[in-house]
Design a protein around this ligand. Structure first.
Ligand SMILES: Nc1nc2c(c(=O)[nH]1)N[C@H]1C(S)=C(S)[C@@H](COP(=O)(O)OP(=O)(O)OC[C@H]3O[C@@H](n4cnc5c(=O)[nH]c(N)nc54)[C@H](O)[C@@H]3O)O[C@H]1N2
Ligand SMILES: Nc1nc2c(c(=O)[nH]1)N[C@H]1C(S)=C(S)[C@@H](COP(=O)(O)OP(=O)(O)OC[C@H]3O[C@@H](n4cnc5c(=O)[nH]c(N)nc54)[C@H](O)[C@@H]3O)O[C@H]1N2
Ligand code: SF4
Ligand SMILES: [Mo]
Length: 677
């Protein structure tokens, strides 16, 4: 028996530490939380508590496979790695000869967010000169919006919420998506802190809060502006801190003068008195912290949400206090220990600057006949776009093209893998060594391979070494082994100690108040309540409420949200497994009683939800989770759970409109109609 330390690879802020028990035959027999991990403290979650069921699932892809039926039919034959690589090398060389290297595109997401898994492959794609993917589905908008005001995405250490008195969980579903932060919040609560949740959905986190505010989706900026109005009107602004460390206060004060709580109440659907109370409590109960994460960025004005939100802590001088300020992803802090260029080697571009393809608009890119050159090959790694990317119908149309060569590297035949020409088998996290810089806590975790790869599975890094060989490349950087790379790219970390302990701390300012004395890395050197740089780019200089283009209309009167909500799912990754999907409430259309009554719908009836993109029939679930005018369809389910191999899913309905800035996507500005079937 051996115990091997590892770190969860999922795109989840917690990056939990685990222990894998391996028997003498090399079989993993148990996985549990590492009790010595300072953040996850021995607990995993309802997804990963069943991880061995994923590792040893009968449905695992264990060998390379080649499509034999039509695209999407899901019929494959087993082939050898040699055959697979020869075919890929031959196809790639032919495409490069005919159309140039930019006709090939890697499409990589954070199915495994470990360092090698997600970034080592950049070396290969740089060397090849493939199209680059820009923007993303997750986190970039929050980071960019924050940086507009603060010059950086760096905020509080979320674990310092334990020192807060007024905690605003704003557009984040902590108990579901970031469960290991909850004990720190409970600790603060034990010391008298109040927890407020602001979310258009009454989530499990909202259920656990002291106070829940349910604005209309996409309306928060109006609420923030009214809070500023009250703070300024009532003299709750920390003028000393504001004068010393911000620019644009007078302009902002004039700008929010007209944003009375009454006006914001009309926009947000909140009670005017609640807006007053929220602002006054935020301005008087110190230390006050705002915690947010990713969800609220999935709107057309997502950048503006974070731009505006980060003005609030400045106005009340929250950064002065331990437990005060603004907490979001700490990936910008943990990224400091990584030598990104050493890992991804942009020098291998050798002066070329391949064109960028926007990640969220995959369907448009694959179907765009004007694109020069057209995309002729796509390699999907750790991503399931037919479930995760908006406008599924367009992605499907693209992946159905006969002149597109599609390679998918995954652990399962996902909706996307069904459309592959070649499927390559991927290891799970317990089969490969890697390291993980967390985005939820100030740690880097080690992941030691606990068992040998199953079948012929390979890790993402080994995949790229094989692709390099298949192309006949000789550049040594493409072939470096995992340990050598990890030792090189974490220069300030004692990798031997990390390997022994499973986790290491990431540096953070010693007094834990990173912005107490200002020093923001903006153009003015101060926190920018007014941003002349944004004005120069054509955006409003001051935080501004704007309505989304795709807002409810007479034809499509409901706002559709498609959130994460299953405790046993992680994004698109578990709905198909027996200990996960079948144990969750099945896909349904959630709407409130008042709307149901008006539409003549009762619980369990079949309803149709549609717009110009797609139409889904779902059982009705009447619930207080959503407010009038808002409906929800859970995300993460595959086509088969919606009635068939090519059935529409939540993202068949969603918009692929780009966000204002940051390169994200407005999934959650989607308007739909609903009727009884
Ligand atoms: N169990 C579980 N955990 C996960 C994941 C998972 O799938 N399952 N996914 C992981 C990933 S990839 C990520 S990015 C994180 C995301 O972590 P979070 O950002 O916490 O989660 P989301 O559910 O994406 O969004 C948070 C909330 O934003 C709300 N929201 C939507 N629009 C608005 C708005 O206009 N205003 C306000 N105030 N709120 C709004 C949604 O209703 C939702 O409840 O979670 C990670 N953790
Ligand atoms: N409607 C709607 N759409 C959304 C969201 C939403 O809330 N609502 N959330 C968005 C967000 S925040 C995100 S982050 C994306 C996530 O979207 P995806 O990145 O597509 O989702 P995941 O399920 O995290 O991972 C994708 C795949 O990675 C595979 N995988 C796991 N480990 C490995 C590995 O080591 N190697 C390889 N090659 N594959 C591996 C898994 O089997 C899985 O099929 O979805 C986005 N889409
Ligand atoms: S999915 Fe998140 S909560 Fe679950 S084990 Fe992984 S990091 Fe921890
Ligand atoms: Mo995400």
């Amino acid at each position: 028996m051996r115990i091997v330390l590892g770190t969860c690879h999922h795109d989840c802020p917690d990056s939990c530490g685990w222990q894998v028990t391996v028997d003498d035959a090399g079989v993993a027999t148990q996985m549990r939380g590492n009790p010595d991990h300072p953040y996850s403290q021995g607990e995993l979650c309802p997804k990963v508590n069943r991880y061995l069921g994923r590792v040893y699932s009968d449905e695992r892809v264990l060998h390379p496979m080649r499509r034999v039926g039509a695209k999407g039919e899901g019929r494959f034959e087993q082939i050898s790695w040699d055959e697979a690589l020869t075919e890929i090398g031959t196809r790639f060389h032919a495409i490069i000869d005919e159309h140039g290297a930019e006709a090939i595109m890697p499409y990589v997401s954070a199915g495994n967010q470990s360092l090698l898994a997600i970034m080592f492959g950049d070396r290969f794609w740089h060397h090849l000169g493939a199209s680059r993917v820009t923007g993303g589905l997750c986190g970039l908008v929050a980071g960019a919006g924050t940086a507009t005001t603060m010059g950086t995405g760096k905020g509080m250490d979320p674990s310092d919420l334990r020192n807060s008195r007024f905690i605003n969980l704003w557009g984040t579903n902590t108990r579901l998506t970031n469960r290991h932060l909850w004990p720190f919040i409970e600790e603060a609560r034990g010391n008298g802190a109040t927890v407020v949740v602001i979310d258009p959905i009454r989530t499990v986190t909202a259920e656990s809060a002291d106070w829940f505010l349910q604005p209309k989706p996409g309306s928060d900026v109006a609420l923030m502006l009214a809070m500023m109005h009250v703070l300024i009107r009532d003299g709750l602004v920390d003028r000393e801190w504001v004068d010393a460390h911000t620019v644009g206060f007078d302009d902002l004060a004039a700008h929010v003068a007209e944003w009375t709580p009454a006006r914001a109440a009309a926009v947000t659907g909140l009670d005017e008195g609640d807006i007053e109370t929220l602002a006054r409590r935020y301005g008087t109960e110190s230390p006050a912290a705002i915690r947010t994460l990713v969800g609220a960025e999935h709107h057309e004005h997502g950048g503006m949400f974070f731009r505006t939100l980060t003005c609030l802590p400045a106005l009340v001088g929250a950064w002065r206090h331990l437990g005060g300020g603004y907490a979001r992803s700490v990936g910008v802090w943990t990224g400091d220990v990584l030598d990104h260029a050493a890992l991804t080697r942009p020098d291998l571009l050798a002066g070329r600057s391949p064109r960028g393809i926007a990640m969220p608009q995959l369907g448009r890119a694959l179907t765009d006949t004007e694109l020069q050159p057209r995309l002729h090959a796509v390699v999907m790694i750790g991503v399931n776009p037919l479930v995760s990317v908006p406008e599924r119908q367009r992605v499907l149309e693209g992946l159905s093209r006969d002149d597109l060569f599609t390679v998918v590297h995954d652990q399962f035949i996902t909706d996307t893998a069904r459309y592959a020409d070649i499927v390559l088998p991927a290891t799970t996290q317990i089969e490969a060594t890697d390291a993980v810089t967390s985005w939820g806590s100030l740690h880097v975790g080690w992941n030691e391979a606990a068992i040998e790869p199953l079948g012929e599975c390979v890790s993402n890094s080994e995949l790229h070494r094989r692709l390099a060989r298949a192309m006949g490349y000789t550049e040594p950087a493409l072939f470096e082994d995992d340990l050598t790379v990890l030792r090189t790219v974490l220069p300030s970390i004692d990798v031997d100690a990390l390997r022994r302990d499973g986790v290491a701390d990431v540096p953070f300012p010693a007094d834990r108040r990173p912005w107490a004395d200002g020093g923001f890395p903006t153009p003015s050197g101060k926190l920018e309540l007014r941003s002349d740089a944004m004005a120069a780019l054509g955006f409003p200089a001051l935080p501004t409420y704007l309505e989304a283009d795709e807002s409810p209309t007479d034809e499509f009167p409901f706002a559709l949200l498609t959130p994460k909500q299953q405790t046993r799912f992680l994004n698109s990754s578990y709905s198909h497994l027996p200990k996960h999907g079948p144990l969750e409430p099945q896909p349904a259309l959630e709407l409130c009683a008042a709307d149901a009554l008006q539409l003549g719908l009762a619980d369990g009836d079949s309803a149709r939800v549609w717009n110009h993109r797609a139409s889904l029939d779902l059982p009705v679930r009447i619930t207080e989770r959503v407010r009038p005018g808002v409906v929800a369809v859970p995300w993460g389910w595959w086509a088969r759970h919606h009635g068939g191999d090519d059935a529409p899913v939540a993202n068949s309905l969603t918009s692929d409109a780009a966000t204002d800035w940051g390169g994200g996507v407005a999934f959650w500005d989607t308007a739909v109609a609903v009727a009884r079937v």
